[in-house]
Design a protein. Structure first.
Length: 485
């Protein structure tokens, strides 16, 4: 890796690059899925290559290759410089980067059990056992399970003198029970929808989830939803479970604070952002109890947005995004930080693979815990709908108007959790919604949820992000029915 990256940098400089960085990445992935007692997917893959990014004649160029010979690397570096010089013909201004120090470091996230050393047969057995438990429940039509493991071994080298080696191990798993009855479909997922829970951990995460032990309840709830009361269409109070609040953060805070969207450099996948630069440190984003951070440090937790350095060599940081309700920060890289007059990038450049340019991505965008105990929050709520586990979402191209539905809900009446509710949904305007928050549960109920499938860019890059959240209450929210007959 060192020889490849150093050669790439040297060649780029000889060809006329004023700046260059190279990322050698060795990515190993295992994907397993089961469906109704059968193995649906069993794929193991490995990808190794180098991506070379340069500035020449004041413009960016990028090229990549999996031909890691001297000739292959020299050709790739030369191509990156040639692309930069061609791009310079249409530039509006020279690329300007916020300053950054050089770092020489090695880092690996802690984990207990390497999932790639666990026999795949054993992993399949766990999924099939959970599958069997779900299908024991009369009325479960479809039982599904999945596991995903990813190991990223990466070396970053740049012309400013950085040499950074990082190894990241990611694991994730989940199960889903689906029930068809008449013209209605209901489903329950554990521990979360869209693939379950994912984190920067080893196989110990899968063991802690206890998929088999939670499979029966998951199936029972899916079937019970058919007999549940339809969600009312009202304006009222909602309590969101932590995983649903995590997705709410992702869509209505995480994406609009990406500074490339704000500056018009990125508009793919639901557009740009309402958070124009004039709103920084002026907009009342939420109520006084809302405090949100972008934190890539391991101290924040083993999230999918955790690392030691981003993909342009900037150390992991904690950036206050919303402070006592006030909008206080963006996700930036060295170029966009310079564009708005900030003195440093906050380290959010990330890439899916060696053959993709790094772009601004969410790290761990988390709401800080509040002070409420969960039982006390329920007891304090006279009339509300408790909603949990996302089922669908929609948001406009500036991340301002949204609608979400969840798999399940429960009535809260007189401070007690009551009957089950099906097809719950809620909608609103981003800033009005966050300003309506009047209670957040404590660290005891806070979880750093992993979202493994965030799409951005063209060509699209799929990236994992983290969202720490605990249940929270919101007043005067438009509540409705999703998936009604």
């Amino acid at each position: 890796m060192q020889d490849c990256a150093t050669r790439a940098i040297d060649t780029a400089k000889r060809r006329g690059a004023s700046y260059a960085d190279a990322r050698v990445m060795d990515i190993r992935q295992r994907d397993i899925s089961t469906k109704n007692g059968e193995v649906g997917t069993l794929v193991e893959s490995e990808s190794l290559g180098i991506g070379i990014r340069v500035i020449a004649s004041g413009a960016w160029g990028f090229a990549s290759t999996d031909r890691l010979t001297h000739e292959g690397i020299d050709s790739c570096a030369a191509e990156a410089v040639a692309i930069a010089k061609a791009s310079a013909l249409a530039k509006h201004a020279d690329v300007a980067l916020a300053p950054e120090k050089a770092y020489v470091d090695t880092w690996q996230n802690p984990f207990v059990k390497d999932p790639f050393r666990i026999p795949v047969e054993r992993q399949i057995d766990v999924l099939l056992a959970a599958d069997k438990e779900m299908r024991r429940v009369k009325g479960v039509t479809l039982a599904e399970g999945s596991m995903t493991f990813r190991k990223i071994d990466q070396l970053f080298v740049s012309t400013i003198g950085s040499v950074i080696h990082q190894i990241k191990m990611q694991s994730g798993a989940g199960i889903v029970a689906t029930s068809f009855a008449g013209s209605e479909i209901q489903k329950r997922s554990y521990p979360n929808s869209f693939g379950g829970q994912h984190a920067l951990e080893g196989y110990e995460l899968i063991e802690a989830l206890d998929l088999v032990g939670n499979a029966g309840r998951t199936g029972e709830e899916a079937v019970a939803l058919h007999s549940a009361a339809q969600c009312p269409e009202i304006t009222g109070t909602i309590i969101l479970g932590g995983s649903q609040l995590g997705l709410q953060i992702h869509e209505s805070i995480g994406h609009p604070i990406e500074l490339d969207r704000v500056l018009g450099q990125e508009a793919n996948f639901a557009g740009m952002s309402f958070l124009t630069v004039d709103k920084l440190r002026k907009l009342k984003y939420g109520s006084d109890i809302v405090n949100v951070v972008a934190d890539a440090r391991l101290a924040h937790g083993p999230g999918l947005g955790t690392f030691a350095y981003d993909d342009e060599g900037v150390p992991a940081q904690c950036t206050p995004i919303i402070t006592d309700g006030l909008f206080t920060g963006y996700l930036s890289n060295r170029e966009t930080a310079s564009a708005i007059g900030e003195d440093r990038s906050n380290g959010t450049m990330r890439t899916e693979s060696w053959n993709r340019l790094p772009i601004i991505r969410m790290t761990n965008i988390s709401i800080n815990p509040g002070t409420w105990k969960y039982d006390d929050l329920i007891a304090d709520t006279d009339d509300a709908i408790l909603m949990d586990t996302n089922r669908s979402w929609s948001i406009d191209d500036r991340r301002y108007h949204f609608q979400f539905s969840t798999e399940i809900g429960w009535e809260i009446k007189g401070g007690k959790k009551g009957r089950m509710i099906k097809n719950p949904s809620y909608s609103g305007i981003t800033t009005e919604f966050w300003n309506s928050c009047d209670a957040i549960c404590s660290r005891d109920d806070w979880t750093l949820w992993g979202t493994p499938n965030c799409g951005k860019g063209q060509p699209m890059q799929t990236m994992g992000t983290g969202h720490g959240a605990s249940p929270a209450r919101f007043r005067n929210i438009k509540i409705g029915v999703a998936f009604a007959k």
